[in-house]
Write a protein that binds this ligand. Structure first.
Ligand SMILES: *[C@@H]1O[C@H](CO)[C@@H](O)[C@H](O)[C@H]1NC(C)=O
Ligand SMILES: [Ca+2]
Ligand SMILES: [Ca+2]
Length: 545
């Protein structure tokens, strides 16, 4: 890869470091540069990524950037999107207030915030009412209605690029968001409509020096087990040799972020961005591209693969259906035929779960909310169920196998999207997310604790208001709490009695039996964070002594 050449002016940074060095001890002078500090302090950056003032034509974009997986900043390209000029809070409220979006906390991996639609789900109206103060960030599929005001950059509007625009995502916050170091599965054009963002980039060739959750090593996505504010180089010494580049992006700029490229992002000020995702491509047919005919084109006019109506479930992050098509075809042609066990084997290989006696890692979901042990057997079980469902769609003549030339040929995009969702659908895309986020055991414990508090506060019955308050303190949403209440306070007199709880507990627990999509990196990172915190606490104890 050709490396960008511009160097960061580090004068201010360097002087701060000098001051810190004066007050630090001999011990820390001996330690590794950047240890325990922010990501990027371990060495000087290579430089800012390349900046273009004019957009390349499709062929040039492919040859110099997309095919090379080389990030580049398009200065001012977001200004062509009407949304950049229109999307004030007032405008959004008036035109899109009722649309549903997904929300996350500003620091990735903190507990999900709640909105009027449940855990991690809110309306734009409710988000706008409090986002300045709250620790809440829209990270969502873009509702279709808004796609009329988003422009696709000209070079993506023809040939293979145009056919392979997968989905669009909306990002909005009052600033102060901070991601982990991670990589995404698809290519993206990320345009900033408001605010500023600082990006750190690490080329995929440094992957073997980045601590990645084991199952994600072979994947396209995934997180690094590094705290971006406190990089532990003693534990991960190889990271000290990792080169990095950066970009300072301002409102009006667009960024090409290649698939699988490691990045970490911080945002400042009121922030709005739209990213348009397109397939990882190995080749493109641009014969239909006539450079003179290319224009900024409304996203609503390019036949994006995954759209979102703004009310139902999202499909954010679902697998690229074209790649799924190719994978199924490959499996089928190499094996001669496909059936459920063969599909399962293929998937276990993809997930790195095919080695029989490998003890680590254990998938533990939702460690914050309840010890939900998600081991390999559970994942196998989930994949088993998914492949059975997929077979029901693929095996149209019901003979237990999928013929390569017949049943597998000519799968429609719609069918492939359904298969992708069965395989990979994320409960965080639905209002069921709340029920997938707490284990039945955690809910049982919570309910028992509620009853204990009721015993001391009242005649043994739990007041409606108290229950709703306890449930929200537990991490649930008001909406979820009310749903529970409608089951638990069956007679609807404003109190949950012991017998009501006893009689209706199972009906509640069944609702929480939905398992979230395994995200082991998330949990490994949680473990890492806890370890860091406990070590920090230990250090503080020493300081006190
Ligand atoms: C999936 O692949 C088959 C070839 O096996 C092809 O005929 C079909 O058009 C592909 N589907 C899509 C949506 O590209
Ligand atoms: Ca068949
Ligand atoms: Ca009652």
């Amino acid at each position: 890869m050709a490396k960008p050449t511009r160097l960061l002016c580090r004068k201010t940074v360097a002087s701060v470091i000098n001051i810190l060095a004066l007050v630090s001890t001999v011990e820390s002078l001996n330690s590794l540069r950047g240890d325990g500090q922010q990501l990027g302090k371990h060495r000087d950056p290579i430089g800012h990524i390349e900046v273009l003032e004019t957009l390349p034509p499709p062929r040039e974009f492919w040859d110099l950037y997309a095919s090379q997986r080389r990030p580049v900043l398009f200065r001012g390209a977001a200004r062509q999107s009407p949304g950049m000029h229109l999307w004030s809070d007032d405008y959004l409220l008036k035109n899109y207030g009722d649309l549903k979006v997904k929300i996350e906390s500003k620091a990735e991996k903190d507990d999900s915030p709640t909105g009027v639609k449940g855990l991690g789900q809110d309306t734009i109206e409710n988000f706008l009412a409090s986002y300045i103060k709250r620790n809440s960030y829209i990270v969502s599929q873009l509702p279709d209605a808004m796609s009329r005001e988003v422009s696709v950059l000209p070079f993506l509007t023809c040939g293979t690029f145009r056919d392979r625009i997968l989905e669009a995502n909306l990002w909005m916050s009052s600033g102060g968001t901070k991601s982990l170091l991670h990589r995404d599965a698809d290519n993206a054009i990320n345009c900033l409509y408001a605010g500023r963002k600082d990006w750190i980039f690490i080329h995929p060739s440094f992957e073997d020096r980045i601590p990645i959750a084991k199952e994600d090593v072979e994947a396209y996505g995934g997180f690094a087990l590094l705290d971006p504010d406190n990089v532990d180089l003693e534990r991960y010494p190889a990271f000290a040799d990792v080169d990095w580049s950066y970009a300072n992006i301002m409102a009006g700029d667009c960024l090409f972020l290649p698939y699988g490229y490691w990045h970490q992002v911080r945002s400042y000020d009121r922030n709005q961005a739209v990213s348009v995702l397109f397939s990882r491509l190995t080749e493109v047919d641009l014969s239909g591209c006539h450079d003179d005919d290319l224009h900024y084109t409304p996203l609503s006019e390019v036949n994006m693969v995954y759209t979102y109506d703004g009310y139902g479930d999202q499909t954010m992050g679902d697998t690229d259906p074209f790649e799924l098509n190719d994978t199924l075809k490959e499996w089928c042609s190499s094996l001669g035929v496909l059936n459920q066990p063969l599909m399962l084997t293929g998937l276990l290989e993809e997930y790195g779960l095919d080695e029989p006696d490998d003890e680590s890692p254990n998938h533990i979901l939702n460690s914050n909310h309840g010890q939900f042990q998600e081991d390999k057997e559970d994942i196998k079980q989930m994949l088993m169920e998914a492949t059975e469902k997929m077979m029901r769609i693929l095996d149209t003549n019901g003979d237990g196998k999928v013929s390569c030339a017949g049943e597998l040929s000519g799968l429609s995009l719609g069918t492939l999207k359904t298969l992708a969702n069965i395989l990979d659908g994320d409960s965080a895309n639905t209002e069921d997310y709340e029920y997938a986020s707490f284990s039945p055991q955690a809910i049982r414990d919570f309910l028992m604790q509620c009853m204990e508090r009721a015993d001391t506060n009242s005649n043994g019955e739990l007041r409606r208001e108290d229950f709703l308050e306890f449930y929200q303190a537990f991490g649930g949403s008001l909406k979820g709490g009310k749903e529970l209440l409608s089951i638990l306070d069956k007679e609807d007199n404003g109190f949950i009695s012991r017998s009501e709880l006893h009689n209706n507990m199972e009906r509640v627990l069944v609702m929480y039996n939905k398992k979230a999509k395994p995200d082991s990196s998330n949990l490994l990172w949680e473990t890492e964070r806890k370890r860091l915190h406990s070590e920090r606490r230990k250090t503080h104890v020493h300081d006190d002594l």
